[in-house]
Design a protein around this ligand. Sequence first.
Ligand code: ADP
Ligand code: MG
Length: 231
Amino acid sequence: RDRVREILSSVEERSDNRLGVEAMEIFDAYGIPTPEGAVVDDPAEAEQIAEGIGEEVVMKIVSPDILHKSDIGGVKVGVPVAEVADAYEDLVSRARNYQPDATILGVQVQELIDLDDGVETIVGSHTDPQFGPLVMFGLGGVFVEIMEDTTFRLAPVGCDEAAEMTEEIDAAPLLRGARGREAVDIDSVVDAVRRVSQLVADFPSIVELDVNPLVATPDGVRAVDLRLTVD
Ligand code: ADP
Ligand code: MG
């Protein structure tokens, strides 16, 4: 709690009130699992981090000026360790091409989550002027706007309410294993929704939050991409 308060108040003091990778620490504090990884600012360091993670990693540009990273080719999934240094340069040059004056903080090197038996879900929140903080759950990924398969509750929610949310979206059968697919660990999905709702209820200064995707697999969940707006 105290650590989260510290991070949030440091954000309130700066001109840019949005948080991306820095929010990973907030999630850690609230017991919401995030992938292994780090943000680095040179290719050699990227390689070093990747070696500690596995044979292949995910790499993403980190810039407050780039909100939708994959739209500009700012996400590389499944980069072999030997190609990490080149991938670093490529990500930075793509960002520069997209916006020459973009502030580039570095590159995030992240554990590759196996999506073959995973489902990309979304957990979000915004503050309704009348009702206060709401928590949202739905099908996630890069096509979330097209699918619009989401459900809302007032935050915070308990386990029962969070479980209901996972049952009432159209994609619910996908989570429970369809067509020979293994079911995802639904209890950890429910737990993540509950914890996110508690976070936004505890900190009213978080006016908007998006975890997209929260990857759900048979082994648990990982909050892979975070966006948080503080007011
Ligand atoms: P953005 O939403 O800004 O484009 P994301 O971090 O959400 O960036 O990455 C885009 C997509 O890349 C995700 O929806 C997911 O399909 C894939 N992806 C991102 N990180 C990982 C990861 N650690 N493991 C596996 N797939 C990932
Ligand atoms: Mg995303």
